[in-house]
Design a binder for this molecule. Structure first.
Ligand code: AMP
Ligand code: MN
Ligand code: MN
Ligand code: MN
Length: 293
């Protein structure tokens, strides 16, 4: 089938109930089609469990949607939690399966410790509550946050993070994720492209963000997210400039977790001039890069 059958909107960062999203893979692909997305990547936290059901539903319902197999891997760099998105990965590759299995164990251990810490702070049942909300998927701090809202400990998820789950707070447990280099290596082994997720969201000074970008690029990372639906007015241009400076392709994604009024699949996703979309990695015919003109 030719690419011209697909609409041009790309949304390359989304979540389902396999991690901390609230939609099933089936619901997500239908919503993406309704939003006229042409290419959708499902990038759950440290799991690819949603992909088969999403693929099956696209085929069953004949949706005009191309699915990119993805994952969002949590890494630790200089004591910061940095997220690396892998796009077009072979989800069955042994190296990827082994890494995601390890990350899963790390998540389980951390969830148990978060539960213990909250228990000591006289908030019982948090682990069980988070596990119930995760419905068998990967347990994230997002699930603990929802549980704490349910338990009346705060009114919003953002508030829970501030009061309980952010670094240094009662329920915070230092994570044990893999390194950026490991994530990139495994993404490459499984045939994928490594994308630095939401570089503007790590609370890094310009100096540290540049360090991160240099390290990511030196480690073989190919792209960084430049466009998201919610950004400060100059952020997109600034990130585009960084992409050019560090020789990175540009990606875009909503980081959609659930239907809400401020984030929607595909909304406001476009790239400033002067950067190249990461999709050229898989859309450009091979021979055009082999020949020098
Ligand atoms: P984890 O990977 O378990 O550390 O969970 C991280 C997830 O929690 C992120 O992917 C977000 O979905 C959510 N999260 C992190 N910080 C916040 C915040 N300040 N407000 C709301 N959600 C957050
Ligand atoms: Mn999340
Ligand atoms: Mn993230
Ligand atoms: Mn995400």
């Amino acid at each position: 089938m030719s690419d011209t059958n697909y609409a041009v909107i790309y949304d390359l960062h989304t979540h389902t109930i396999a991690s901390d999203g609230t939609l099933t893979p089936q619901e997500l692909v239908h919503r993406a089609a309704a939003m006229r997305i042409g290419t959708l990547a499902i990038t759950d936290h440290d799991t690819t469990a949603a992909i088969p059901a999403a693929q099956a539903e696209i085929a069953r319902a004949g949706l005009p949607l191309r699915l990119v197999t993805g994952v969002e891997i949590s890494t630790l760099w200089e004591n910061h939690e940095i997220h690396i998105v892998g796009l077009n990965i072979d989800t069955a590759h042994p190296a990827m399966c082994a890494l995601l299995d390890e990350q899963h164990q790390r998540r389980q251990r951390r969830a148990a410790l978060i539960g213990e810490r909250l228990e000591k702070a006289h908030i019982p049942g948090a682990l069980e509550g988070a596990q119930r909300l995760a419905q068998g998927g990967a347990v994230t701090r997002g699930h603990f946050a929802r549980f704490l809202v349910e338990a009346g400990k705060a009114t919003t998820v953002a508030d829970v993070f501030k009061r309980y789950l952010a670094r240094g707070k009662t329920g915070y447990v230092p994570p044990q994720w893999c390194t950026i280099e490991q994530a990139i290596e495994v993404i490459h082994h499984s045939g994928g492209t490594a994308v630095l997720a939401h570089p503007g969201r790590y609370d890094l000074s310009a100096k540290w963000l540049k360090r991160l970008l240099a390290h990511f690029a030196q480690s073989g990372g190919e792209a960084m997210e430049v466009a998201q639906c919610q950004q400060a007015p100059n952020e997109r241009q600034q990130l585009a400039a960084y992409a050019r400076d560090y020789g990175l392709l540009a990606s875009q994604g909503s980081d959609f977790h659930q239907p809400c009024s401020w984030i929607e699949l595909g909304r406001k996703l476009w790239l400033p001039a002067g950067v190249e979309g990461v999709w050229q990695k898989w859309e450009q015919p091979q021979h055009s890069t082999e020949r020098e003109v």
